[in-house]
Design a protein around this ligand. Structure first.
Ligand code: R5P
Length: 284
């Protein structure tokens, strides 16, 4: 299989290619002076199975992903898998108010217009993939997060809301410690409220896990709750570290450590997401 790395996921694509029987394609990607994207595959892909690894975030990377698919198709690729480690727009996964678009479903359908398969990683809501017209599946970086967090010897894994409970279960399975969840209500993009709940956090090191950290509001509210209940240390780990609104320094001031995978490169991206991607591509 030939792996093509988009510019948003270049490092991850290289790492993935090194983990299995893959070739990493040479490609040219550049922007014209007006900002429009240009791509060209230099490695021949005729008759080959290819996997394009590229985040669908922010918007300009979505266009690049379309162009890479078109280039692969025109160059005669036999089968095109797109691996979208971070699927942007995934949090608008239903109609919250009349008149809205459902961006998660719209984008995942649009992305696969020229692809034969879609693979996402810790997508915000699994059912988003139900309406995709090609085979689509989601893989998780939570086992990698669990293995990384072992060094801190957590005694409790916490999901900051019901939506991340399955992620907390996966991490607690790797760590061999219990898990629990909080209930969160989102007031707006920057404000969340966590419902009071008694938890077995006293004198324990706790790790909060989530799919995404954006403004950090969710993690900070959950941390306040856990510290108020006597947690000795609180760490947070997520798959997709967006860290908007200067979130990382604020989180680091409030917690004992904050980590993400490298689906989105950055200062906190200490956990590699390459192995689960290599594992799934290996068996295609
Ligand atoms: C939403 O439910 C997600 O799973 C995350 O909890 C959310 O995106 C985190 O956002 P923020 O960091 O802005 O609170």
């Amino acid at each position: 299989m030939i792996i093509i790395g988009g510019s948003a996921s270049e490092g991850l694509a290289k790492e993935t290619a090194n983990l299995g029987d893959f070739d990493l394609a040479r490609r040219e990607i550049k922007r014209f002076p007006d900002g429009e994207c240009y791509v060209r595959l230099e490695t021949p892909v005729k008759g080959k199975n290819v996997a394009i690894i590229q985040n669908a975030f922010p918007d300009n990377n979505i266009m690049e992903l379309f162009l890479l698919q078109d280039a692969a198709r025109r160059a005669g690729a036999a089968h095109i898998t797109i691996v979208v480690p971070y699927l942007g727009y995934a949090r608008q996964d239903k109609l919250f108010n009349e008149g809205e678009a459902i961006s998660a479903v719209m984008l995942s359908n649009m992305l696969t217009l020229y692809a034969d398969r879609l693979i996402t990683m810790d997508i915000h809501e699994n059912s988003t993939l139900d309406s995709v017209h090609v085979p689509a599946g989601n893989i998780s970086a939570m086992p990698e997060i669990g293995r990384f967090m072992k060094q801190f010897r957590p005694g409790l894994v916490v999901s900051p809301d019901k939506g991340a409970m399955d992620l907390a279960k996966l991490v607690s399975g790797v760590l061999g410690c219990p898990w629990d969840y909080l209930e969160k209500t989102r007031i707006d993009g920057e404000t969340v409220v966590v419902k009071p709940k008694s938890m077995d956090a006293a004198d324990r090191t706790v790790v909060i896990v989530d799919d995404i950290i954006a403004t950090g509001g969710t993690i900070i509210r959950a941390t306040e709750h856990l510290k108020a209940q006597g947690a000795s240390k609180v760490y947070a780990a997520c798959t997709h570290g967006l860290f908007t609104s200067n979130a990382l320094p604020r989180l680091r001031a409030a917690l004992d450590g904050v980590f993400s995978t490298n689906t989105i490169p950055g200062d906190a991206a200490r956990i590699s997401a390459a192995q689960p991607i290599a594992d799934v591509l290996e068996v295609l």
